[in-house]
Design a protein around this ligand. Structure first.
Ligand SMILES: NC(=O)c1ccc[n+]([C@@H]2O[C@H](COP(=O)([O-])OP(=O)(O)OC[C@H]3O[C@@H](n4cnc5c(N)ncnc54)[C@H](OP(=O)(O)O)[C@@H]3O)[C@@H](O)[C@H]2O)c1
Length: 213
């Protein structure tokens, strides 16, 4: 799991609960352990199943979760290096730009997406975009919501999407809507402006959309 924020930590714990062997990747282990917000050292001490390693030491993992800041995702996956070859990258990152404050704008949109940028930069990896349209807590516990809702899937490799579908199912997702190739990540990434306004209107990030048909 590349990423030490709320998403990385939530996914790492959920995967470990499902008996997967999990390492968390970061840029600089010492700097991350010393960080007070979030207090990573204290949190890790309570998570004996999880190990924190530098991105370049995650090679050998069967599957990668990209839970890094969208502005740093290309560099983070680049630091993993050849270890990505042939591997699934379950990509949760959104290309948010807070440079002009809140609400953020998108670093890439319309005729491209972060998912596609990652797939182009790492053609030997199999990028599957999903979970980027819900808050971290809902990603691994869709039953937090009062009814069934929809989670989207984008990716070029059918076998990789089947594996990711299995992981989503193990988190409790039932309505998993395969939008098509990785180019369909444009749609779910560009949903973020609506997600943010909905969060503001509701006063909570714990919601999701259901595609009724
Ligand atoms: N928060 C949510 O509920 C939510 C929901 C849907 C999607 N997402 C997406 O999921 C990703 C993770 O979100 P988050 O809220 O957990 O954390 P975040 O603050 O967006 O990202 C933190 C992680 O990004 C890494 N990173 C790598 N390169 C970076 C760079 N150049 N600048 C900044 N950080 C860099 C950090 O590395 P270090 O470990 O070295 O600090 C850290 O592990 C984001 O792309 C976000 O848009 C978040």
């Amino acid at each position: 799991v590349l990423g030490t924020g709320i998403v990385g930590r939530t996914i790492a714990v959920a995967l470990a609960d499902l008996q997967h062997e999990v390492v968390i990747g970061t840029r600089d282990v010492a700097a991350t352990l010393g960080r007070s917000s979030p207090p990573m050292g204290d949190w890790l001490a309570e998570q004996p199943r999880l190990r924190l390693v530098a991105y370049e030491h995650t090679a050998g993992c069967d599957l990668f979760v990209n839970a890094t800041n969208g502005a740093g995702s290309l560099a983070a996956l680049g630091a993993v290096g050849p270890g990505l070859s042939g591997r699934i990258v379950l990509d949760i990152a959104n290309p948010l730009d807070f440079g002009r404050g809140f609400p953020p704008t998108l670093l890439v949109k319309d005729d491209d997406s972060l998912g596609e940028q990652l797939q182009r930069a790492f053609p030997a990896a199999k990028v599957v975009k999903t979970l980027n349209t819900v808050t971290a807590a809902v990603m691994v516990a869709p039953h937090l919501l009062p009814g069934p809702s929809t989670i989207f899937l984008s990716g070029d490799d059918a076998d990789a999407k089947a594996v990711v579908r299995g992981i989503l199912g193990s988190f409790g997702w039932i309505d998993i809507l395969d939008l098509g190739g990785i180019d369909t990540a444009r749609g779910t990434e560009m949903y973020l402006p609506l997600w943010i306004r909905t969060m503001q209107a509701l006063g909570t990030p714990v919601f999701n959309v259901a595609v009724l048909r």
